[in-house]
Ligand binder design. Structure first.
Ligand code: FAD
Length: 497
């Protein structure tokens, strides 16, 4: 099809729909007319509270004022995820957004730390990570140091429904037309199979050149109409259900997410300003819904607000995320469980990719193929990172965890683990969302012990090595006394919480 793409229709007004509308309109401006259709009678999935640092880029591009955004979405700061009972019962580790120490002469810091360990040093790697130290003390402030050693990368926990509302307001101010209505029929061009119009239950017609399918798990356009197909990854990630429930806020809000492993799944605890988000992700082969509810409710640490909401899902990805003139964004494009808070990020990167490949002068198959290649790789890299958490465990207390240890894993992950186990080396794949420091923390945290370190770490004497490490620890701890408590930081921005 070589006609110009001018009229863009977003189907769905969840986080994916409103993020897509806001970003596309902000960047493409008057090059497009944008209409969003949503139906209050269907509603949104209504969960999704933890994010990762690239969300700050979206907010910057949209020109959001950070203090206003934090107030409007009841956000708190996220510096890390604490994984509890994942390696074994009673043990925990952090996956922070920071990095331990700093690389010296092309050699990652952890090789020096490993060498010191062999000399008898008992420090944990995390003691050299400012994000971790701030989590331990419950502190946060934006540090505007020019020294990269003192960076404190962060993202937010927020109420995703409030975020969508906030973006709706912004989108409408930019000229996005919102239509409240239920799509009952979808028409295709008989010649090329492209979607031509959506028919609403009151017979209104919404036509467009390009459709962004943000209709949630079912993928009303990409799957139900165009049958793009689904690649099922539940043999690697067998959790297929989640129960979510809010509870009263904690007296003190931690600047990190908690992920607590149970016998056949795991539980999240996410502190917001006005409440806690809680949920249990589990395998329905191992727990009945009742057992899951009992487990979740008996593990809340504040009073429940409401009843648990059940969500069923199948882990995997849409085989073609861009098919004909439909691009699937959000849950319609696939689902990876929220263990590393990646779904909202996948919305962001899908829209950025679409903007980069936007078919102003008609849809070219080469653009579609490139889009689909990049999104496939992105999903697979995140999938491997999630499998790592499950597969490398030392839990022998349940069949679920033993099965996870014994399952066959993708070759791409085996290679990464073998490299690290043998030599402590890590190499970031091109475009991998997760940096070396993320892989490092999760591999070490889950219990992979490298057998060797890089010979470059022998470039100093034992004495010099121990002095360098002690100095690094001091430098990382130095800002702590001056930083405010996380709650004090929020209070200063938002007033009473
Ligand atoms: P939905 O919220 O389902 O929205 C679908 C929209 O389509 C709605 O507006 C609906 O009205 C509309 N619609 C559907 N059919 C029709 C129709 N026929 N006519 C008109 N409109 C229609 N992500 C994170 O990044 N961090 C997290 O911590 C996180 N936690 C999660 C926990 C769980 C248990 C789950 C399931 C997901 C989690 N996610 C998380 C993912 C996150 O919730 C989703 O990525 C996000 O909410 C996007 O959803 P969506 O907009 O694609 O779909």
């Amino acid at each position: 099809m070589n006609s110009q793409i001018k009229n863009v229709v977003v189907l769905g007004g969840g986080t994916a729909g409103w993020m897509s509308a806001a970003l596309l309109k902000k960047v493409l401006g008057n090059n497009i007319n944008l209409t969003l259709v949503e139906s209050e009678s269907i509603g949104t999935v209504g969960v999704g509270e933890a994010t990762i640092p690239p969300i700050r880029l979206v907010n910057n591009v949209l020109g959001l004022n950070e203090a206003e955004f934090i107030r409007e979405t009841k956000a708190t700061i996220k510096l890390a995820i604490k994984f509890e009972n994942w390696k074994k019962q009673g043990e925990s580790y952090f996956h922070t957004f920071g990095a331990p120490g700093k690389s010296i002469a092309f050699c990652h810091f952890h090789h020096y730390w490993q060498r010191a360990k062999q000399l008898g040093d008992t420090s944990s790697l995390w003691e050299y990570d400012l994000n971790y130290l701030c989590c331990q003390e419950g502190k946060f402030a934006q540090i505007n140091s020019k020294d990269p050693i003192l960076e404190l990368p962060f993202s937010y926990h927020f109420d995703a429904s409030l975020y969508a509302q906030y973006l709706r307001k912004l989108s409408e101010q930019m000229g996005v037309t919102r239509i409240e209505g239920l799509v009952k029929e979808v028409h295709q061009d008989p010649e090329n199979g492209y979607i031509s119009e959506l028919i609403l239950s009151d017979d209104r017609v919404v036509s467009g050149d390009l459709f962004i399918d943000c209709s949630g798990f079912k993928g009303l356009l990409i799957q139900e109409k165009l049958g793009a197909g689904y690649e099922d990854w539940s043999h690697w990630l067998p959790c297929d259900s989640a129960l979510a429930i809010p509870s009263e806020r904690h007296e003190k809000t931690a600047p990190y997410t908690r992920s607590i492993a149970h016998d056949a799944g795991w539980q999240w605890r996410i502190p917001l300003q006005h409440r806690n988000g809680n949920g249990l992700v589990y395998s329905s082969l191992h727990y009945s819904q009742q057992q899951a509810e009992d487990l979740l409710l008996s593990n809340l640490d504040t009073q429940a607000l409401g009843e648990p909401k059940l969500i069923r899902f199948k882990t995997g990805r849409r085989r073609k995320q861009w098919h004909r003139n439909v691009v699937a964004v959000g849950l319609s494009s696939g689902f990876l469980e929220p263990l590393e808070s990646t779904s909202i990020h996948l919305i962001q990167s899908a829209i950025v990719r679409l903007i980069q490949l936007f078919p102003h002068n008609g849809i070219a198959q080469a653009d579609v193929a490139e889009y689909n290649k990049q999104s496939k790789l992105e999903f697979e890299q995140i999938r491997d990172f999630l499998i790592l958490h499950y597969h490398v465990n030392q839990r022998d207390d349940s069949q679920f965890w033993r099965d996870m240890q014994e399952m066959e894993i993708p070759d791409s992950l085996t290679h990464k683990m073998e490299l690290f186990r043998a030599t402590g080396r890590l190499f970031k794949e091109q475009n991998d969302l997760f940096q070396d420091s993320s892989w490092l923390q999760v591999m070490l945290g889950q219990g992979i012990e490298p057998q060797d370190y890089h010979p470059l770490a022998n470039s100093m004497t034992d004495q010099q090595l121990l002095e360098m490490l002690a100095n690094m620890k001091r430098v990382k701890m130095d800002p702590l006394p001056k930083l405010p408590e996380h709650d004090a930081f929020l209070k200063q921005l938002c007033g009473n919480m």
